[in-house]
Design a protein around this ligand. Structure first.
Ligand code: P6P
Length: 338
């Protein structure tokens, strides 16, 4: 991409690339634009979380049984409102909602063909300690006929059917990083004027890296293969030992590893038989981004985007990042005799 493209605004980028999206009737562009708007609104609140009484548990718990931080609730409402009010999608599923939300899909005039799955504020336990958090989204074309009510089948699609995916990272700067299947591009928000600018065109995972990201506090509960891979990362040999970096915010760990090279792991364990991360609105979108950025994502055995979903909030083990690092970890996972 020529330098002249740098500092292109997100709006200009969407318009310029709309024609390259083979199915676009402009609806997907409007969808990305609505996510852009919601991201700015949520960013405004996240940035002042310490200043107003908007942090701390909202008193409710979500389907995950996790205390809902008020910002979780706020972000969930804002993203759902923004996509609903603009009549862009026909259904939304959210980490914060027990069931999916149908949006006028039974209206025969509703020609909207996309459904969105979202983790409105991932890593929210970091809010109170001022560590970066993120929003993750995944977009599919509905599989049921337009003008009929959406069903669970519209949401339980394999990740390889995604038409778009991305995240917002609310960090030292706020970035929107997304793909529509033609590479990964990162946009940085200028908060002074509320505009996202193309700052990271064609983002790619380095094939190799020297950062591994895993919660080593769970080490004794990990499968043998993961334990052996972690020990491999720590050995003195060649470019090892690697550096251990774990923020506890998937979007932030993923973002750093995509820029510098690295691997993120949330494996299954004796504590979490299927791991912790959710397939539909965390692992699938991050896997789509990883593969579009020439990285890899699996559960240690199966490509994440080939996993057949069975329920909205199902969890899967997740290994994602630089291609050669993921393949090395898979070797250890597959061959317990090493
Ligand atoms: P643990 C945040 O809750 C999250 O879903 C990811 O963003 C993060 O990587 C992981 O869980 C942290 O989980 O068990 O290590 O605190």
């Amino acid at each position: 991409m020529s330098n002249s493209k740098l500092n292109q605004t997100l709006g200009e980028f969407i318009i310029e690339n709309q024609s390259s999206f083979k199915y676009s009737s402009g609806e997907l562009s409007r969808l990305i634009n609505s996510i852009r708007l919601a991201a700015k609104v949520v960013n405004h609140e996240v940035n002042k979380a310490g200043l107003v009484d908007i942090i701390g548990a909202a008193g409710d718990t979500n389907i995950q049984g996790e205390d809902q931080q008020k910002l979780d609730v706020y972000a969930n409402v804002k993203f759902i409102q923004t996509m609903t009010k603009r009549n862009i999608v026909c259904g939304i599923a959210s980490e914060e909602e027990d069931d999916f939300i149908a949006i006028n899909s039974q209206d025969e005039n509703n020609q909207n063909k996309y459904v969105v799955l979202i983790d409105p504020l991932d890593g929210s336990s970091n809010i109170d300690v001022n560590v970066s958090v993120g929003t993750i989204f995944s977009v599919f074309r509905r599989v049921t006929p337009v003008g009929t009510p959406v069903t669970i089948d519209d949401f339980l699609q394999k990740g390889n059917k995604q038409v778009a995916a991305g995240y917002v990272v609310y960090g030292t700067s706020t970035m929107l990083v997304y793909t529509t299947g033609d590479g990964v591009n990162g946009f940085t928000l200028n908060p002074a004027i509320g505009t996202f600018y193309l700052s990271h065109p064609n983002m790619e995972f380095p094939e190799n890296g020297n950062i591994y990201s895993v919660n080593e506090g769970n080490y004794i509960h990990f499968p043998v293969g993961i334990k052996k891979y972690i020990k491999y990362c720590q050995e003195e040999e060649g470019d090892r030992p690697y550096t251990s970096r774990y923020i506890g915010s998937l979007v932030s760990d993923f973002h750093r590893n995509m820029i510098k090279g690295g691997i993120y792991m949330y494996p299954k364990s004796s504590k979490n038989a299927k791991g912790k991360l959710r397939l539909l609105y965390e692992c699938n979108p991050m896997a789509f981004l990883a593969e579009q950025a020439k990285g890899k994502a699996s559960d240690g055995f199966t490509r994440i985007m080939d996993i057949e979903p069975t329920e909205l909030h199902e969890r899967v083990p997740f290994i994602c990042g630089s291609k050669n690092m993921v393949e090395k970890a898979e070797e250890f996972m597959r061959d317990n005799t090493i």
